[in-house]
Design a protein around this ligand. Structure first.
Ligand SMILES: C=C(O[C@@H]1C=C(C(=O)O)C=C[C@H]1O)C(=O)O
Length: 463
């Protein structure tokens, strides 16, 4: 299948030569009978290990699989990390030669990546492969939208270099049918290590004391576990399990070096499509019941529980205030409803608004992150307490992950229910909102429930 028209790429190389700088060439075609996106992702494993990403949104409208890093955008500078990637991206796009007949968001050249939760927290070795802001322009990308498949190829044309002959071979390899990707086998072989359980419960107690003294109103504390397997954990297999088991979540994988950050999060930070923006308030949790009757009773209990309603209200107020600053026609339902996932149910309030199309998506991300669902209230004080008491590098956990396309559209999830895979080890993370009348042991139990989806997907528990 010839995806690139020679005359078009020649134009891009000519432009690069004439202007003596790099010019992005991007070509998109609709592909019929192409492989499924997981196979496409898996096919990149030999040549492009450490350079792949995967994305499926929670409303099941879009899937992206990116293979190979054509250009990497990385920043560690704390103050500008939100804007740098998007503004450098815009500069590249302004001069690019783009051939994309489709007007569907998520086709054409696109930047995928994320931000760390807190660039000021102490860095731990396990996150060494990720910067405070890290994005990829993929070499090859398969997009699935509205039942159609599109293949995008991105080539950075350099003034002195016309090497694009390997691309066709690459594409053939990536689109070849292999064995269907299977979910992870459940591993009796796994050894699960709880990291500092007692210290974490003590930290929750300390924070409750601060909250009761009125120093602040809400703090989200997280913890991690480490699961060690006999064999290397395969990201496509984990993705397959997550896609099957968490169908209404954002499912993502983001590789860098030897690491793969992966998860299935129910929480949207922000979606921008033209002038329409959408966010989600998700906070307040209870387990699922085993039978319908118990499940409904638990749901009703959550909808009427003052502690959980208060935790939720902090998030709604904060997101509302950010939307009030940027948007008109902001719509927020009067009270929360329930969002039910396989292991847990949450209080859920969607927020929509209309924005000036020119407003950069990164401005919204910066204003929203972290919401009180993952940080606390007030934000800066809560972040200080998290740094002091959690004593853990969250890395990309609980942080924004997603994509910017070249038309100013994009979507970012809050990367919870996630973990970091490194060869045969998985570091899994979960947290919960702590308020003045929280109980440390119940909070601990809540994190156990939140760890279940990832633990199951990597094969660490049976069901
Ligand atoms: C922090 C997590 O989840 C967040 C905290 C919640 C809560 O405290 O009730 C609910 C949903 C998420 O916003 C997590 O899953 O790790």
């Amino acid at each position: 299948m010839a995806i690139i028209q020679q005359s078009k790429i020649n134009n891009a190389f000519m432009k690069a030569k004439q202007e003596n700088r790099q010019v992005l060439f991007s070509s998109t075609i609709e592909v019929q009978n192409a492989v499924d996106p997981l196979t496409f992702f898996k096919n990149g494993k030999e040549k492009y290990r450490g350079e792949r990403f995967f994305w499926k949104d929670s409303s099941n409208e879009l899937i992206l699989a990116g293979i190979g890093v054509e250009k990497s955008f990385q920043y560690n500078e704390v103050d500008h990390r939100f804007f740098e990637a998007e503004s450098e991206w815009k500069r590249l796009i302004d001069d690019a030669v783009i051939d994309n007949p489709s007007d569907i968001p998520g086709t054409g050249p696109l930047l995928f990546g994320g931000y760390s939760f807190d660039p000021l927290s102490e860095k731990e070795e396990e996150w060494a492969d990720y910067a405070a802001s890290q994005f990829y322009l993929p070499r090859h990308m398969l997009t699935i939208s509205q039942g159609k498949k599109y293949l995008t190829v991105n080539i950075l044309c350099m003034p002195n270099n016309e090497e694009e002959s390997a691309i066709q071979t690459d594409i053939n390899d990536l689109l070849s049918m292999g064995e269907k990707v299977q979910g992870m086998k459940s591993g009796e072989e796994a050894s699960i290590e709880e990291i500092n359980k007692e210290a974490w419960i003590q930290a929750v107690e300390d924070v409750i004391e601060k909250l009761r003294a009125g120093e602040l109103q809400k703090v989200v504390l997280a913890r991690k576990i480490k699961a060690v397997f006999k064999e290397t954990i395969k990201p496509p297999n984990v993705l397959e399990a997550l896609l099957n088991e968490q169908p209404d979540s954002f499912t993502f994988a983001f590789e860098s070096g030897e690491s793969c950050f992966i998860g299935a999060s129910p929480e949207r930070l922000i979606r921008k499509n033209g002038s329409k923006v959408l966010s989600t308030c998700l906070a307040g949790s209870i387990r699922r019941g085993t039978a319908d009757e118990e499940d409904n009773r638990l749901g009703l209990e959550l909808l009427n529980d003052q502690k959980n309603l208060q935790e939720h209200a902090f998030v709604v107020r904060m997101i509302e205030s950010v939307f009030a600053k940027y948007c008109k026609d902001v719509e927020i339902p009067e009270g929360p409803t329930l969002l039910k996932l396989r292991d847990i149910q949450h209080l859920y309030t969607p927020v929509v608004g209309t924005i000036d199309e020119e407003t950069p998506l990164s401005a919204l991300i910066q204003s929203l992150h972290p919401t009180p669902a993952l940080g606390g209230e007030p934000r800066e004080k809560a972040m200080e307490v998290i740094r002091q008491k959690e004593k853990m590098d969250r890395g990309l956990y609980a942080a924004p992950i997603g994509w910017f396309d070249y038309r100013g559209n994009g979507e970012f999830a809050v990367a919870i229910r996630s973990g970091l895979l490194k060869n045969n080890e998985a570091f899994l993370y979960a947290g919960c909102g702590v308020v003045a009348d929280s109980d440390p042991l119940s909070e601990y139990t809540e994190t156990r429930i939140k760890l279940k989806p990832m633990l199951r997907a990597v094969g660490g528990i049976e069901s």
